[in-house]
Write a protein that binds this ligand. Sequence first.
Ligand code: KG4
Length: 342
Amino acid sequence: MFMKDITILGIESSCDDTSAAVIKNGLILSNEITTQKVHEEYGGVVPELASRAHQQNIIPVVDVALKKAKISIDDIDGIAFTKGPGLLGSLLVGTSFAKGLALAKNIKLIDVNHLQGHVLAHFVKKHKDDNNQPQFPFLCLLVSGGNTQIIVVKDALEMEVIGETIDDAAGEAFDKCAKVMKLPYPGGPIIDRYAQKGNPLAFTFNKPKIKNLDYSFSGLKTSFLYFLRDRMKENPKFIDENIYDLSASLQKTIVDILMDKLIKAAKETNIKEIAIAGGVSANSGVRNKLEELAQKYQWNIFIPEFQYTTDNAAMIAITGYYKYLKGEFTDQTVTPMARFNI
Ligand code: KG4
């Protein structure tokens, strides 16, 4: 049977990355990301500055994505954009841009849940014969700066959250503890780098005692803060002298907390197809531990390429592609949502 080509333009602007991507029948043609540097000096993302930077970046980013894909806007079948969750001002820029372009060019409009996008990043084909995708049902540990969830993915558009953080996300735990050690934002990748030079058993920190599949990271943050405060009283150079061991021990604690619940979820659901997604899935400790567990429990694991771990429009485009196949479109009345569950 003849199948019409389906080409989707994806637009992502939920936080501090402006991104546009083109996907044709699931195959990636381009994935442009502009990371906003303006937030570095503030120790975190400043929402107002993020919206303004999106406003500046969005047209050039979309333009480059189309050019790199060698696709004209007239060849686009659907425009997929991030509806939420995220910073409202940032989301408004992407949403308004997508609506305007869809209206002007009479193109179908598809609203995408950012979290669903992170999970479906695993389905972006890197080349025509790329069939390395998880089979349904699979478990996805979604770990980012704003979310930590264990999701049962029953189908591309059918997901159930079976565990999630009741306070901070894993990425926040990395970033907040990094801040306590006076490291710049975002501290997660720096802790990862330092951890590779340190002893993960040098120090131990409190782990939460939650019985179900939910997570908590606020206790760890507090215990880390008090531990450092006490040690600094004895030795004001304690952090500088132990930065590698502190990073390695903290990273090990966060990874252990994440993986303990993932093991429990795999046992309870009897699923051995396991994926990770989101910014923290770039962490070397998370990746190494998952590989170790895959051997131990005969899991079939899926670890995203680095460019698909942090926010990117390829994941929005691939989700848009699946929604297009199902005829799930939105219209010009759509508005973004800062909070938006899977
Ligand atoms: O998914 P993401 O780009 O943004 C959203 O939250 O949507 O995730 C960003 C988070 C930040 O907290 C950052 O510190 C963390 O991911 N992160 C890492 C690493 N790379 C990014 N955390 C630990 N190790 C890394 N290598």
